[in-house]
Design a protein around this ligand. Sequence first.
Ligand SMILES: *Cc1c(COP(=O)(O)O)cnc(C)c1O
Length: 430
Amino acid sequence: MTSSLPKIWRPFTIQEGADQPIRIQSGSGLWLELESGTKVMDLISSWWVNLHGHAHPHIASAISRQAQTLEHVIFAGFTHSPAEEFAERLLVATDHHFGHVFFSDNGSTAVEVALKISLQYWVNQGQTKRKRFLAFEGAYHGDTLGAMSAGDRSVFTEVFNDWLLSFHRIPYPQTWIGDEECLQKEIRILSQIQTLLDTYPNEFAGVIIEPLIQGAGGMRMCRPEFLQQLEILLRQHDVLVIYDEVMTGFGRTGELFAFQKAGTSPDLICLSKGITGGFMPMSVTLTTTQVFEPFYATDPLKTLWHGHSYTGNPLGCAAANASLDLMPASSRVFREMEQWHLDGLYNLAKLSAVDKLRVCGTVAAVSIRTKGTEGYLNSISGVLKKRFLQEGMLIRPLGNELYFMPPYCITRLELETVYYKACQILSELK
Ligand SMILES: *Cc1c(COP(=O)(O)O)cnc(C)c1O
């Protein structure tokens, strides 16, 4: 018995009955090569981390050079140029809206850091009543307990619900092409928020939101106008705005960052996933100077006591710097890709199985009409995954939400091929 049990415990995988994982031999640009020699297009950027393509030589050699110079050093009391350079460049890339960079090593920890900073920001100023947080239905912010708390309750969190912090939760004004009730939805939600803020005056510390696109919740999209109105409302009540840009950062929405596309100014943002071009685990939490100032003190109680062993890892920073070098070229693609997606979606829209088409920058999604229950466990996901793989395409639908999020090295012709084949596969669905 024990010898037949898998030695490796896979993430986000129902263990019994799981398909054998597919062994990947190598990657190059858009393509992954299987052991059999078959090549498949990576249409989900390997869980949303890859930006410029697999095994990009510029990033690979930057890591190699760094590894032979300085692989790691303690980041408290010591520093190194890859981190200094990256922090500097990131502050420029975010238009000097933020002033301070806190390093950690994955999306969940970047969120934990943002939540802890937001709470302590108020405590450091003697406002100990500001302990409430607002978050959204359908949100996903990671898998550590604090990040899970901020995320919506689901099958992922069920077992741990008693352990989770409580967040006030409001609907996400998700919209799609041709949605006529969008504005009413937004107005309703904003007034719900207004009511909450009025009910608990000076008790909210912050709000956390995935701007423009909720990722794991099913590629649910909202309009920039909503984020603008939300910000106006929160400013009136002095509530900190945290953008979880772990997925939306580094070009996914068609601009370098979602807050730039939305024309808004959050107080903190969390970045990870694409930060190193998909090469090394790393993350940062950026804050404005207003947020940093109450921590600039000699009092140990005003210190942010947080850090991870690999904080500011030089290899991660070298990869991140190399990834930024590639941005000017990649940005030509991520700015254009929305139109490429729209052209492809035009044909999918005619299929009876397809509903709620939506696109934001490099991310396109549709809901598949199925008889099964909606949500992550819908069985259509596995069916589509297999069919697309047969046709040389790696996808991973979120339940009945099918989406494409390719790396920026994809060509317009390759994406046309994807939609051509998707159209064939989806028209087979009854
Ligand atoms: C993936 C994701 C996270 C968690 O990042 P990890 O690196 O997997 O811990 C947090 N927030 C959002 C929006 C994400 O997409």
